[in-house]
Design a binder for this molecule. Sequence first.
Ligand code: ADP
Length: 259
Amino acid sequence: DFSKRIEVQQSDEVGNLAASFNTLASSLEAVDQKRREFLQNVSHELRTPLSYMKGYTEAILDGVAGDTAAVEKYVTIIHNETDRMQRLVHDLLDLAQLEDDSYPMRNEPLPFAQLITDVVDRFELTASQKGIQLIQNLDDEIIVNGDSDRLEQVVSNLLANAFRYTPPGKPIQITLMKERMTAVLRIQDSGPGIPKEELPKVIERFYRVDHARTRKEGGTGLGLAIVYQIVKKHHGEFLIDSDIGCGTTVMVKLPLFVG
Ligand code: ADP
């Protein structure tokens, strides 16, 4: 129980000690509160797909689904919910590893433009299906230090969001340039944008601006939390600039490789 407080009546050393104790108790309390919130979120996120799976399985077993078409529809729902749970568990494990300071990360010189192009290529089908125009401007001389799998994950999560929120027929702009001693990757989309006051919250685990909508789109609510952790582990900086109706620009700044 961190809620205990010591009454501070003196302004001498003992008084100061009591005041520091109270500050420490408050921060432990905040950590504990965060931990409880996280557990509640995880339970909630797992319970939703589980209840769909249980409900539709029971419907099939009880013979509620009259014909094969109905059974197929129910099984498809069960399959999609299993998929969602799998992604969620995968992202949770990933985040737990990233938050563990002793977890190793490779540190190799990487041609950053090539890495970005490799990831962008994976979105080619989505781009053509949605009629999204990709505008790319990448400085291919930029080398950064890091773990290629992890940095691919960063680019992939950010592009997935840009594609998810950009309406059909609108552009996404990707630029990579050198600014002072850093490599700066910018992904600018033509989506609905994020309200300015919500910007600090979107990197929090499970935070979503529009819960119902992102659930439909298949997001786990952990994508940006993972991006933030990976960039931090690379001694970089992750920034978001957005507002309602203005699209979203995400920025990843990484120190340049020094040979
Ligand atoms: P999700 O898997 O739900 O996309 P993220 O951690 O990647 O989770 O993003 C958190 C929330 O931030 C999203 O649910 C969405 O509301 C908002 N968001 C992230 N990227 C964008 C974007 N490019 N445009 C608009 N909203 C975004």
